[in-house]
Design a protein around this ligand. Sequence first.
Ligand code: APR
Ligand code: PHB
Length: 391
Amino acid sequence: MRTQVGIIGAGPAGLLLSHLLHLEGIESVVLEDRSRSYVENRIRAGVLEQVTVDLLNDAGLGGRMRREGLVHDGIEIAFSGVRHRIDFRELTGGKAVTVYGQHEVVKDMIAARLAAGGQILFETRATAFAGIDTTRPRIAFEHESGTGAVECDFVAACDGFHGVGRPAMAHRLQVFERRYPFGWLGILAESPPPSDELIYASHESGFALYSMRTPEMARLYLQCDPDDDIANWPDARIWAELHMRLDDGERALLQEGSVLQKGITPMRSFVVEPMQEGRLFLAGDAAHIVPPTGAKGMNLAVGDVFVLARAIADHVRTGRSERLHAYSQTCLRRIWKAQRFSWWMTSMLHLFPGATPFERRVQLAELDYVTGSPAASKALAENYVGLPFES
Ligand code: APR
Ligand code: PHB
């Protein structure tokens, strides 16, 4: 099989890359290990930055997002029993974020690719690469009925944190990593919203987050031990902890409803440099992970493939390689700013095991400053709605 760009992974990174290349008249084939229904139903992040929303609209992918996505003009930050609002529109000159599940974005992208005759090979696992340092790289794959190969001009490994792209260039990568001494227990629950906006709470029992997927469906998170077993968390214990951390004192904010999904995720910050070797490019979670506190994961994946699609298109049109050579450097400037923001939000809002009373007082002072000072609120808002894509 021959194509111009071989893409591994049908997550937001791989699918959007394939679509953006198609808009430039460039052919690609997407290889995805899992089934279509698996990737379309995998519950992940849900906050789209303004720049992501603008890009999806410009690329013709925004129809359902505009109808069904929930536009949020701000967030609330709760600490010491009081909620404080950060008004994004006012602080950023009119920008906002949109709450729209990552799996909905994935569904829209798959539908658009298939409608345009795009090739996505589901249940097809990339296994090895050859000729990465040549102009004719190959991806070997296997699926139920046997093995095969994609010959292409470029390979984009958009295959997530556990993919095959990053290990293939491991020998030349520098790894930057921070693990946090806590995880997030997340649930999806039939619970109508007590607030129109997300609530990030720094409570003496630990962090909690109120988020949503639809006007009837809440997405709720609790800071927990990263090694805790979900079996230790029956629904009643989860609700009790959520009430304690998110309710307004004695007034119940949350309405309990059936819990449809639950799981524990560890938190880490992770970046590899560079994100390219020869004609193999890493994009999205394959190259970096952020703790979810800043809601940046999917947005970073989008930023990477925006840069990569332009670089490949420039090469195909003009034969010039400057943008391709600059790919890592261009992406990493924005990635590191999002890493900083995610690390900062995480550090400010969570209880660190073993923190001294002095450290907790400093944390509370920072929360007071961020919510009380227009300059500090503006810095949070500017990062939360998304810094511009690098060009
Ligand atoms: N062959 C084919 N497909 C593979 C392989 C392989 N060897 N390895 C992994 N994949 C697929 C996975 O099944 C997955 O569907 O690659 C896809 C990677 O998609 P994502 O994990 O969604 O990664 P990405 O597109 O970078 O999106 C980043 O996902 O984890 C969230 O919070 C993160 O929102 C961020 C987003
Ligand atoms: C989510 O809705 O899943 C969500 C929202 C905000 C975050 C992280 C996750 O910071």
